[in-house]
Structure formats: C-alpha cells, structure tokens
Design a protein around this ligand. Structure first.
Ligand SMILES: [Zn+2]
Length: 262
C-alpha cells in the first residue's frame, strides 16, 4: 500500500495547496470586489460633484438673470454679474448710483475704488491710459447710436443697412453694458482709435493681462464674437468682481459662458 499512501499524501497536499490557492483566490476576488465598489463610489461622488457644479452654475445664471430684471428696483446679490447683451436688455429706467473717477467720467460707485486703483497702477508703470467712455445713460446711448447710423446714411447706406452696420459696433439703446455703470472703454492716450490695432498698444496689453486683479474682464475677446454677439473690442472692459474675473480668465470664458447662458 506504499503507492496508495503516496497518492493519498499527494492528494492531501493537493487539497491543502488547493485550499491555500482557493483562499488566495477568494481574497483576490474580495479585494477586487472592494476595488470595484470603491471605484463605483468614486464615480458616484464625481457625478454628484458634477451635478452640484451644474446646479451651482444654474443658480448663478438664474441669479444673474434675476439681477438684470430687478437691477432697477432693489439691490440684488449678484449685481456685479448682471448680464446685458442682445438677448438681455437692461431696464431703461435703471439708474446706478454714480461716482466720478475722472472729469466727465463716472462709474457705478461700488466699482470706483477698484477702477481708480487699476488706472493708477497702470500709470505708475509708465502707461498712459485714456478712458474714452464709462457710464452712458439710455439717452446718451441713443445719441451715439443715432449719430453712428447717420454717418452710415451720409456715406450712402440705406436706413436698414445703416441700422445693421451700426448694430455691429454700437449697442442698441437698452442693450448696452455702459448703462450699468460697470463698463469702461479704455485706450492708449497716444492711440485713441477704437479698432483692432488698439490691442497692440502697451496700454491695452497691460489691461488684457492685469485687469482681472481689479475685478475686470476683457468683455468682447477676438475669438468669441459668436457667443457675445459683439465684435472684438480690445478697449471695452467690464467689472464682474475679482473672484469671477480670475475664474473667467483662467478658464478663458466670456460672461455668457460663465453664467451658462451660451
Ligand atoms: Zn464699450
């Protein structure tokens, strides 16, 4: 029975090994299951985070839209994020509390300090800033619009063509950010033309790079005209608050994208 004992021994050994191996396999399976569970959990968490982000951005968007609607009546929380564009007009009765930052140039009093600081810092660095436009009332905007349109008519355009052409560079009264008191047109003192070449001036370059530190954004960037509805305006700066300005610069998004309406 020697052989039998040997076989028996081998079988026992095999069984023992099998048990160890089996335990190992069970352990591996359990560990794998745990990993899968963790991965699933992480996925759920990610999804929740994503949903939360969506919710937050929807909330922000809703708040901004509400802000635009009630800006003239009460003090909304998100006043600095108010959206005014071709789709979101501003109540023509809206009248911000103004503060004069330079002779003949006023802004919403709440942004006066940041605006002055930005201009001062630029000037301290040897730059020559020229604020060609700041707050413009509904009536001022109407005047600018009519004058620009008249220029087109004088050059031979039909009324309809003149209107269309004017719309490209001047906001229709009621649809201009300048009426909020949160927008400024800033050029170099040495080059005051409102055209693409403005972007090449040292003043414009400095502003594009540094304005976010003071709560401003370049409102109409060159590659975003299809989103903003306005052509590239290297001179038009809009206050949105420091936190939002920093985020918009980092993500390279417009106010419309930031608020999730485009
Ligand atoms: Zn402007």
């Amino acid at each position: 029975m020697k052989m039998n004992r040997k076989i028996k021994k081998a079988l026992l050994l095999g069984a023992a090994c099998g048990a160890v191996l089996g335990m190992g396999l069970t352990f591996a399976a359990a560990s794998k299951a745990l990993d899968t569970k963790e991965a699933t959990l992480a996925k759920v968490q990610d999804k929740l985070k994503e949903e939360n982000k969506d919710l937050q951005s929807k909330l922000k968007q809703q708040k901004a839209v509400e802000a635009a609607a009630v800006l003239s009546k009460e003090e909304p929380d998100n006043w600095e994020l108010v959206l005014v564009n071709n789709d979101y007009p501003l109540d023509k009765e809206y009248q911000p509390e103004l503060a004069e930052i330079l002779e003949g140039r006023s802004v919403d009093a709440r942004i006066a300090e940041d605006t002055k600081q930005m201009l001062e810092d630029a000037q301290a660095g040897g730059l020559k800033m020229y604020v060609c436009s700041a707050y413009r009332s509904y009536d001022d905007q109407k005047t600018v619009f009519n004058e620009t349109m008249q220029n087109w008519v004088n050059q031979g355009s039909s009324l309809l063509d003149a209107y269309d052409e004017t719309k490209k560079s001047v906001a229709i009264p009621g649809y201009s950010e300048h009426a909020t008191g949160l927008a400024l047109d800033i050029t170099s003192e040495d080059y005051q033309e409102l055209d693409d070449k403005q972007a090449d001036t040292a003043e414009s370059k400095w502003l594009a790079e540094n304005c976010y530190k003071y709560g401003f954004i370049l409102r109409y960037p060159p590659d975003k005209a299809d989103i903003t509805g306005i052509i590239y305006e290297p001179w038009h700066y809009r206050y949105v608050g420091k936190e939002a300005a920093k985020e918009m610069k980092e993500k390279n998004v417009t106010l419309e994208e930031y608020l999730g309406v485009k």
